[in-house]
Design a protein around this ligand. Structure first.
Ligand SMILES: Cc1ncc(COP(=O)(O)O)c(C=O)c1O
Length: 407
């Protein structure tokens, strides 16, 4: 009854309602978040911010790069780490120049800022986006003919890219997307794949740079190399590699890309793919609290100032224990989950302007203290807060601008 009345009140406030009662016994911040809270009260801008913990991130980068090993290429996923400075940090620590890019404006930013990068597209771009890339390509040492691998998934797209190559007078490296079981497009049979290889071979401005076979569906199996589903992926992938070799290439000299943060560790003892991608596992949003990443540490947080505090729930005379107190935070409705204070009644309702957060009486925070959330994903959410605040030893040590969605 009470809840229904509250929900009605909340609906009247125009927020979207999500009711997920937690349970009792809450504390406020632990020592880690208390330190961040003190730092932000002293140095923060007073609005919601996105923090990156450098030490935790370094731990994650080392884990990923170590798992990939020296024999293979670690490819950093740009959409999951959408900031030039953040990428520069990751690339320098992991000693890689390989990037996977999913958005034309980001590709132009890569060309402008990373003149030595090798940029593999992670999804096939409409040829119009490839034209836009060339139109916007500024004066840079980055040589697109050598340093971009355009992902293509159909004979039609190869045709379109072939026409563009002739029209612009540019050479293009094409990487063929193969379907290794995800069913998200890509070449799915050997006849079409053979025609694609012939198309590329027959075009004076096109060359084959490699294969890309993504397999995030393996995440759910918590699988190691000998798992049947992993073997299915590898057998399918190997079939295309053999076909490439049989056509006269040396596939070991090409980019044989696969994996993502959630699956990368599966391949520590396998050599079929020589190029493995990961982005999110570097910063660890909550969607990546998965089997193979259990040793990685959450390194990215939204910090939102508390604007208002109700000592007694203003909506119910007898609230549940996790709703005794209500705080309003600055902003909200992000793709994120509250991490500190822990076990709040998340969320009373959500508003992008100011969101109420129900807690127990044990959560004793003041107006101007911060609450901390973990994004569920890093792409897009990381673009919503302006500069990322890089944090180390309890201090903001750097401000890293994020990519622009347009341009
Ligand atoms: C083709 C491809 N490779 C790799 C990734 C992995 O990115 P992350 O490590 O951030 O999950 C993705 C994510 O969408 C992808 O689409």
């Amino acid at each position: 009854m009470q809840r229904r009345r509250f929900l009605k009140a909340a609906a009247g406030l125009g927020g979207s309602i999500l009711w997920m009662p937690g349970n009792h016994a809450h504390a406020a911040h632990d020592s880690y978040f208390s330190r961040l809270n003190a730092m932000l009260k002293e140095q923060g801008p007073g609005h919601p911010v996105m923090l990156i913990d450098i030490d935790r991130m370094n731990h994650n980068i080392d884990a990923i790069a170590g798992s990939v090993g020296k024999e293979k290429t670690y490819r950093a996923v740009v959409k999951s780490l959408p900031s030039v400075d953040l990428l520069r940090h990751v690339m320098s620590r992991a000693k890689t120049q390989a990037l996977m890019v999913f958005h034309q404006p980001f590709l132009n930013a890569v060309a402008d800022n990373f003149p030595d990068a090798d940029a593999l597209l992670g999804k096939p771009m409409p040829v119009a986006a490839a034209y836009t890339f060339y139109r916007k390509l500024g004066k840079t040492r980055f040589n697109a003919a050598e340093q971009v691998q355009w992902l293509v998934d159909t004979e039609e797209r190869i045709d379109q890219y072939g026409k563009m190559a002739r029209e612009l007078g540019v050479d293009l490296r094409l990487n063929l997307e193969i379907d290794v079981g995800l069913r998200r497009g890509g070449f799915a049979d050997h006849e079409a794949f053979a025609r694609a290889l012939a198309q590329i071979e027959g075009h004076e401005r096109l060359s084959l740079s490699g294969l890309m076979g993504y397999e995030p569906h393996l995440t759910r199996y918590e699988a190691s190399l000998d798992h049947a589903e992993v073997q299915k992926v590898l057998t399918t992938y190997r079939g295309y590699v053999e076909q490439v070799n049989a056509t006269g290439y040396d596939a070991s000299q090409l980019t044989l890309n696969g994996a993502g943060s959630n699956t990368i560790r599966i391949y520590e003892k396998d050599r079929l793919m020589n190029d493995l991608s990961a982005g999110s596992g570097v910063v660890m949003p909550t969607d990546f609290d998965t089997y193979h990443l259990s040793a990685n540490k959450p390194a990215v947080f939204i910090a939102a100032p508390i604007l208002k505090r109700y000592d007694k729930n203003p909506f119910f005379p007898e609230p549940t224990p996790d709703m005794e107190r209500v705080y309003y935070i600055y902003g909200g409705y992000w793709k994120a989950r509250m991490v500190s204070p822990p076990k709040i009644a998340e969320h009373v309702y959500q508003s992008t302007n100011q969101s109420p957060v129900g807690t127990s009486k044990d959560v004793d925070l003041a107006v101007d203290d911060y609450m901390f959330l973990r994004p569920t994903q890093s792409e897009f959410v990381m673009l919503q807060f302006g500069d990322l605040l890089a944090v180390q030893d309890g201090r903001i040590v750097d401000r890293w601008p994020v990519f622009h969605q347009t341009g």
